[in-house]
Design a protein around this ligand. Structure first.
Ligand code: NAI
Length: 452
């Protein structure tokens, strides 16, 4: 009998196994595809590898603006993909090493919950294992809506998800992206730099979903300048052999494509047999509280599978909270200060309330929006100056409740803002803090000093 069985080896699962082993528990980890899950193998890390190559290539194309002449440059997409695979392999090997060091028993199989004995019984490759506790970390999969022709497009290799597109070794002449959310925008950004003509079709009136609307508009304009075409308020209604059709303002429009990326959201994937132990599932997601407990004592769920946040960094924290609760330590996840990033160029990052969500929650707030041009380093390192930083402060308490930005280093700066939100800092607290100069993160201080 293991102390703990972890189902799924992505960020939620492998970190839970690692932390549990550090706590002295005997752990079995069951993973059907790859350790590292979507994040390491076909999500966060592969896309960042591609986007970094695109950024380097873009610099070479605009070197003149910085006084650097690059006589010729090209992007070898197959080499970029090969490098992405090397990075992935090294990171996956690192995870294997850490699990081995913790004496975690790894089962390379699809785990199926078969019932209860003294503990929870899981079958993996025909072998039955039993655990006193169970952490479900089986992640999510792309949503494939019943759009006519979409399924056939997948079968023909014409339509792809993040999984297939990241392994494609050629650059399509024409890429049509269905869905202007995070995956759609990051991939549109890469393939635009790599030379594809890109059209993004988005059902909502704005790209980047729940992000600050002013910022998503800046991002859209910045990408329109680079040549990406956006069709907003446009719903894809069918997919043909070499085209996609969408409805816009009552008309149906057809756009030709060499490759179509379907990035229409993800949905939680609960493990097989979950009903056998009576765990509550709501619209595919395993229901948990903020201690990651399900309705069944001893069963926890961390990561995308609980449908709460669907971000790798949330999964990490949820995994730790689940393990801490198993070993009797008091811990819970606070979901109000989870930063979100889109790694486009310029980067977009935000934490806490947006203007829209604060208004919806009935919170009265003050805001300060400043141009990134107030940052000396931003000016020194950019030639286009459309970045902004917006800080929201609760009127009643003067607490910082949201920070949103677009511009270079936003992905790295946002953590300092997340600490302000998490620690419920007031404007006066931040005013007393020293920011390194010259950095782009000074922009947060600048915005705070400009609050009226
Ligand atoms: P998403 O939910 O971010 O965006 C999907 C978009 O598709 C939405 O804007 C939706 O309105 C649109 N849509 C849906 N049906 C449509 C139709 N028929 N026609 C046109 N538009 C349609 O989902 P996405 O981009 O697939 O990402 C999935 C998950 O992966 C997200 O939950 C995200 O958290 C995670 N992720 C996070 C990243 C990051 O943190 N940087 C990067 C990539 C993925």
């Amino acid at each position: 009998m293991f102390d703990l069985i972890v189902l799924g080896g992505g960020p939620g699962g492998y970190l839970a196994a690692e932390r549990a082993a550090e706590e002295g528990l005997s752990v079995a980890l069951v993973e059907k595809r790859f350790l590292g899950g979507v994040c390491l193998n076909e999500g966060c890390i592969p896309t960042k590898t591609l986007l970094n190559s695109a950024k380097i290539f873009d610099y070479t194309k605009h070197g003149d603006a910085y006084g650097v002449t690059v006589s010729s440059s090209s992007l070898d997409h197959a080499a970029v993909v090969a490098r992405k695979n090397q990075v992935r392999d090294k990171l996956v090997a690192g995870i294997k090493g850490a699990l081995r060091a913790g004496k975690v028993k790894i089962f390379e199989a699809e785990g199926e919950i078969v019932g209860r004995g003294d503990g929870f019984i899981v079958s993996a490759n025909g072998e039955q294992i039993e655990g006193k506790n169970l952490i479900i970390a089986t992640g999510s999969e792309p949503v494939i809506p019943p759009i006519p022709g979409l399924k056939e497009g997948f079968e023909a290799g014409f339509v792809m998800t993040n999984r297939e597109i990241l392994d494609m070794t050629t650059v399509p002449e024409k890429l049509v992206v269905i869905g202007g959310g995070v995956i759609g925008l990051e991939m549109a950004s890469y393939f635009n730099s790599a030379g594809s003509s890109v059209t993004v079709i988005e059902m909502l009136p704005n790209i980047a979903g729940a992000n600050d609307k002013e910022i998503s508009e800046i991002l859209k304009k910045s990408y329109e300048k680079k040549g990406i075409e956006f069709k907003l308020g446009a719903k894809v209604v069918s997919v043909g052999k070499d085209s996609v059709s969408y409805e816009l303002a009552g008309e149906t429009v057809e756009v030709k494509a060499d490759v179509v990326l379907a990035s229409i959201g993800r949905r939680a994937t609960a493990p097989k047999g979950i009903e056998k132990i009576g765990v509550e599932v709501e619209r595919g997601a395993v229901k948990t509280d903020d201690k990651m407990r399900t309705n069944i004592p001893g069963v926890y769920a961390a990561g995308d599978v609980n449908g709460k946040s669907m971000l790798a960094h949330t999964a990490y924290r949820e995994a730790e909270v689940a393990v801490n609760n198993i070993v009797g330590k008091k811990d819970r996840v606070r979901y109000n200060a989870i930063p979100a990033v889109i790694y486009t160029n310029p980067e977009v990052a935000g934490v806490g309330y947006t203007e829209e969500s604060a208004t919806k929650a009935g919170i009265k707030y003050k805001k300060s929006t400043v141009s990134m041009m107030y940052s000396g380093r931003y000016m020194a390192e950019n030639t286009e100056y459309d970045g902004i930083c917006k800080v929201l402060v609760e009127e009643k308490t003067d607490k910082i409740i949201g920070v949103h930005m677009i511009g270079s280093y936003a992905s790295e700066i946002i953590f300092s803002a997340a600490m302000m939100v998490e620690c419920e800092m007031r404007v006066s607290d931040v005013k007393e803090m020293v920011f390194p100069h010259p950095t782009v993160c000074e922009i947060v201080r600048e915005a705070i000093f400009k609050l009226k």
